[in-house]
Structures are given as structure tokens and as C-alpha cells.
Design a protein around this ligand. Structure first.
Ligand code: NAD
Ligand code: ZN
Length: 359
């Protein structure tokens, strides 16, 4: 079966395009109970961007701190109940922030029109009704969450997305001026998520002309941004990274991620490590699987003087390592893509535990 994917309805790209937000949402203000919900990364509270939201008095603006933990099912359910109990169904939801905020906005849009707990919808095509109109405005580039058809949530049982075509944003505003304030370590780790998406999408059995075209262009941009003489954080590279993130996301959508993402999910689930950082912790040790990609990654680390810790696994118990290996093993689509259809003959829980012990 070939993937039949709904793309984002509308995209505006360009520095300063954030200023078009009010004009873009104006025609939607007549929908439902005629107000908008803004979900904004708490980093922007009290910053210039707060004055540029141009929200109306009837709108609700939430500033959410994404650092304590990745978005949870419980957090979405609480938010949804609070909103519906106070003002009923909004015209739409606007997410302004990184991957965490993109996922909160996407999940909230769906849960506003689907009853019960969001944990019951973790998986593919379990959502019953389309969500409300939703707009994504990324402020840090790399995860591809702005274009993916999943809203990743950590639930009581699993970290898994609400995945369906209604998850995809109706509108994106890609204004790389908003990413200028990202600190260098977060810029690097989140950017590396894009790089790893492209390597994993390419180096596996599901790659195809469509995923490769997006992936190769995204890799070219990553090399400009992280390896070339003009590498580093500047206006031109911020533009490029925003596009690379989108294209990397589209590349993996039509192909798949692999070993690094499987390990990363285990690290997030058991130790609460952030997605992009967890990828970097794992990827440096995966030269058996991605020799060229890992070599390039190490050159990038060096070029930007980024240090990753070593010897972490010495402090992990066998129980913790086994628990992570189980999370990773239970992502068969990733192993199938990376290793091949006979992956179970080559990869066991023990193999995965050994990979974690390298960290
Ligand atoms: P994030 O949203 O977790 O934010 C990372 C940090 O950057 C935070 O401290 C935030 O406050 C800060 N930040 C964001 N924009 C900033 C700016 N302009 N200036 C200064 N600081 C800024 O980061 P992320 O790495 O983009 O997202 C990680 C999340 O994305 C995880 O929860 C992961 O599960 C999810 N994810 C989702 C998908 C998907 O397809 N839905 C894909 C990959 C990852
Ligand atoms: Zn990723």
C-alpha cells in the first residue's frame, strides 16, 4: 500500500510573514463560538512577540512552559476541558513555538471535537471527527512537527502520536525571524533532528524517488548550515533551516525513520530525555548502521564545539536498559525500514541493549 498523505493546506514563507497572522485568520473568526485560542511557548512571555500577537479581547492566550516534560495526554485533556467549559468551541487554535507547541496545538485542535481521553486515540486513524481550524507557527527549526500528520503525546502507557490526516495543520506561517533567539545548543540539537530524519529516511528499504528528492535537498541545506564556511546562525541559514526542517519532515513521511529514532523513543520514555537531544545521544554511536551520516554528524559537532556526554550508561541499571530496549523493539516499522523485512533475525532485545550500553 502506498502512502496517501494530506499535505498542509496553505503555507506562507518569508521573514516578517508573522505580521500577516491577523489577516490570515480573520475570515475564520466567524466559525463556532467566534474566538481563537493561542498556544504560545512561555519563552515569549514578556518578549516583543507578545505584543505582536494582535489577539482580540475574546481570545484566550496560553503561555505554556514546554521544558518540564514533553506534551502529555493528560495535559491536552485538561486544556480541552478548561476551554470548552469556559467558552465552548473556538474558531481555531494557533500554535507558536517549537515541536512541543506544534504537537499541543495539533492535539488540542483534534480533542476539541473528540470526546473522552486523548490516550484512547494514540495510534493511526483512531480519531473520529475532524478537529477545528489550526495554524502552526514554528519558532525553532528541525523536528518537522510543523508538517507531520502526527501529534506526539506521552500517555500513561506509551509515547505515541494522534495520527490521522486531520492532524495536519490547515495553515503554516514560516517566518525564520522568530528563530533568531534560539540558543546555540538548542539550535544545533533541533537542527540535527532534521539531519537525522534525512539520513534515516534515505538509508532504509522504504526510500523512494519522492522521499529522496525532499531528503537530498534538505541534506544539502543542512550541509550549508552546519558544515560550510558560512555555517552558523544567521538570517540566511535560519531561512534555510526552516525549509530543511519542512523537507526533512516530508521526506520521512513518505519513507520512515530508523534505528536512531527507535533508541531515542526509549530514552524519552524511560529518562524523559528531549527528542532531539536523545537522538544526538544515540546517533553518535550508530556508525555500524549509518557510517557516512555519523561521520558527517561528528564533523558538525566539532565545528560548532558541541560536547555530548559519554559513559551515561554506566549509571543505568539493567532494568532501565531493558525497559528502553523494549520500547525501541516495539517500533517494528522503524526496524523493518532500517534493517529489512528479516530484521527480527538480526535484531534482538540483547542487540538493542548493547546499543544503549554504548551511550
Ligand atoms: P521544544 O518545543 O521542546 O522547545 C525546545 C526549547 O526551545 C524550549 O526550551 C523552548 O522554550 C525553546 N524555544 C523555542 N523557540 C525559541 C525561540 N525562538 N527562542 C528561544 N527559545 C526557543 O523543541 P523541539 O525540539 O522543536 O520539539 C521537541 C518536541 O517535538 C518533542 O516533544 C517531540 O516529541 C516532538 N516531535 C514531534 C514530531 C512530530 O512529527 N509531531 C516530530 C519530532 C519531534
Ligand atoms: Zn525526529
Amino acid at each position: 500500500m502506498h502512502k496517501n498523505f494530506k499535505n498542509i493546506e496553505k503555507t506562507v514563507f518569508g521573514r516578517g510573514s508573522f505580521n500577516q497572522l491577523s489577516e490570515i485568520i480573520e475570515p475564520k473568526r466567524n466559525l463556532n463560538n467566534k474566538y481563537f485560542v493561542y498556544i504560545v511557548d512561555a519563552y515569549f512571555k514578556g518578549k516583543d512577540l507578545e505584543n505582536r500577537l494582535h489577539s482580540k479581547p475574546e481570545d484566550i492566550v496560553y503561555f505554556i512552559d514546554v521544558d518540564p516534560h514533553e506534551p502529555t495526554t493528560e495535559q491536552i485533556d485538561q486544556l480541552r476541558n478548561e476551554i470548552l467549559n469556559s467558552k465552548g468551541l473556538p474558531s481555531g487554535v494557533i500554535g507558536i513555538g517549537g515541536g512541543s507547541i506544534m504537537d499541543i496545538a495539533k492535539a488540542l485542535s483534534l480533542m476539541l471535537r473528540n470526546e473522552g481521553k486523548s490516550q484512547q486515540y494514540q495510534g493511526l486513524n483512531l480519531i473520529k471527527n475532524p478537529g477545528v481550524y489550526h495554524v502552526g507557527i514554528p519558532t525553532i527549526s528541525g523536528t518537522g512537527a510543523e508538517c507531520s500528520m502526527t501529534a506526539v503525546l506521552t500517555g500513561p502507557e506509551k509515547k505515541l502520536g494522534l495520527k490521522c490526516e486531520w492532524t495536519v495543520f490547515d495553515q503554516l506561517i514560516l517566518d525564520s525571524e522568530l528563530t533568531a533567539s534560539v540558543p546555540v545548543d538548542k539550535w544545533f540539537f533541533t537542527g540535527m533532528d532534521t539531519f537525522i530524519h534525512c539520513i534515516e529516511s534515505r538509508d532504509g528499504i522504504l526510500n523512494n524517488a519522492y522521499s529522496m528528492a525532499y531528503g537530498e535537498e534538505s541534506l544539502k541545506l543542512c550541509r550549508d548550515i552546519f558544515l560550510s564556511e558560512k555555517s552558523g546562525q544567521n538570517a540566511e541559514n535560519d531561512d534555510k533551516l526552516m525549509v530543511a526542517s519542512l523537507m526533512g519532515g516530508l521526506s520521512l513521511t513518505y519513507s520512515e525513520v530508523g534505528v536512531c529514532h527507535a533508541l531515542s523513543y526509549g530514552l524519552s520514555k524511560i529518562f524523559g530525555e528531549k527528542h532531539c537531544y536523545a537522538n544526538c545521544l544515540a546517533f553518535q554511536h550508530l556508525s555500524d548502521y549509518y557510517p557516512e551520516g555519523v561521520a558527517e554528524f561528528k564533523t558538525m559537532l566539532q565545528k560548532h564545539s558541541i560536547q555530548l556526554p559519554s559513559g551515561l550508561s554506566k549509571n543505568w541499571s539493567d532494568e532501565e536498559i531493558t525497559a528502553m530496549a523494549n520500547v525501541a523493539y516495539n517500533l517494528p516499522h522503524m526496524w523493518n525500514h532500517a534493517i529489512g523485512e528479516d530484521w527480527k533475525a538480526k535484531i534482538t532485545i540483547e542487540t538493542i541493549k548493547d546499543l544503549y550500553k554504548r551511550i
